[in-house]
Design a protein around this ligand. Structure first.
Ligand SMILES: NC(=O)c1ccc[n+]([C@@H]2O[C@H](COP(=O)([O-])OP(=O)(O)OC[C@H]3O[C@@H](n4cnc5c(N)ncnc54)[C@H](O)[C@@H]3O)[C@@H](O)[C@H]2O)c1
Length: 317
């Protein structure tokens, strides 16, 4: 059985469906917190809930008693740990909460993995750990330029993964994900926010004249990377999963405008603290160790996202 934490989130719900489609039994844990509307998370997971091989447990990964019960009751063979507080900007206001969930929550899962002889641990880290490093970002680079509490919490969790992997021989892969987008995309992220506002004729806030660049990566490619990581247990590795083709925010806005057939109204704002100027993944390690390569271009991905948005969101809220 595979345990997926954060199963009702954006990436977690896609991964859960993919695991079920591939014949796995899945236990999903999510606390349905209100970082964004929990109703969206209920909707995300509704498809998976129709499958009898899926068990949903509403619990907080920090709750030692509840989490222990899960491991006692079910035969957890592998863990994909996605549950986290995931916003860079919110992490400045709630740094303690971010460390509590992202670091101590991860530690709790690692301790359970050890106690119950779990076969493999896959952790989703973030490109934000590269901070102000020189692009393209490679796993070989020193991590010494972190600029947000969120990124610091993800790096701390990676280090704990390494400690457990090397002391207790739990094969562990930390995947550094680069700006993931696609259907069910998080409403606090640029792709969703811009699309929603432009569709509704509302102004969007553009930071730093829209020159910052992000290595936007389509959710299906990310799910494929996680699946490959699960198929190929490694002693301990950190691996980038990114599109390796950074796109300027202005280009993103243009693509959204084209697909919606609407022009954006723009309010200029300074770049918020914690936002890095560019993310850009060197993906040679993912190719070498996982045989992974992204397949969806930004043009195709935004088209798919906006088709989903029109069908599922446009007439709501
Ligand atoms: N989306 C991205 O661009 C991106 C980029 C890099 C890394 N990541 C990482 O990937 C993972 C998934 O991100 P996402 O975009 O799907 O975010 P998300 O917020 O949609 O999903 C996270 C899920 O975890 C759950 N969760 C949070 N705290 C919990 C707790 N204490 N106990 C149980 N469940 C809890 C939330 O309710 C949510 O459903 C996160 O670890 C995130 O840091 C995401």
């Amino acid at each position: 059985m595979i345990l997926v934490t954060g199963c009702a989130g954006f990436i977690g719900s896609h991964l859960t469906e993919r695991l079920l489609a591939n014949g796995h039994e899945v236990i999903g844990v999510d606390d349905f917190n209100d970082y964004y509307d929990p109703a969206i998370k209920r909707e995300n997971i509704s498809q998976a809930l129709k499958d009898e091989r899926f068990t949903l447990i509403e619990a907080d990964i920090r709750d030692k008693k509840e989490m222990k019960k899960i491991f006692e009751e079910y035969n957890v063979e592998k863990i994909v740990h996605l549950a986290a507080r995931a916003g860079v900007r919110a992490s400045f206001e709630q740094a303690e909460l971010y460390f509590d969930v992202n670091v101590l929550g991860t530690l709790n899962l690692l301790a359970l993995a050890k106690a119950h002889n779990v076969e493999q641990f896959v952790f989703t880290s973030s490109s934000s750990v590269y901070g102000l490093n020189k692009p393209p970002f490679s796993e070989e680079q020193a991590i010494a330029n972190i600029i947000s509490p969120y990124a610091a919490s993800k790096r701390s969790a990676e280090l704990l993964c390494q400690v457990y992997a090397c002391n207790y021989a739990i094969p562990t892969t930390c995947l550094r994900l680069f700006t993931v987008y696609g259907p069910r995309g998080r409403p606090d992220m640029a792709v969703y926010k811009f699309t929603d506002k432009i569709a509704k004729g509302l102004a969007i806030e553009r930071y730093g004249k829209g020159n910052m660049q992000r290595d936007f990566t389509y959710v299906d490619d990310i799910v494929e990377g996680i699946m490959l990581a699960l198929e190929r247990p490694l002693d301990f590795e950190i691996i980038n999963l990114g599109n390796s083709r950074p796109v300027q925010l202005n280009k993103l806005i243009e693509l959204i405008e084209q697909n919606l057939g609407k022009k954006a109204k723009i309010i200029e704002k300074p770049v918020p603290k914690g936002d890095v100027p560019i993310t850009y993944a060197d993906i040679s390690k993912a190719k070498r160790l996982l045989g992974w390569e992204p397949k969806v271009s930004i043009e195709e991905g935004i088209k798919q996202f906006i088709e989903w948005y029109k069908k599922n969101r446009q007439d709501q809220k």
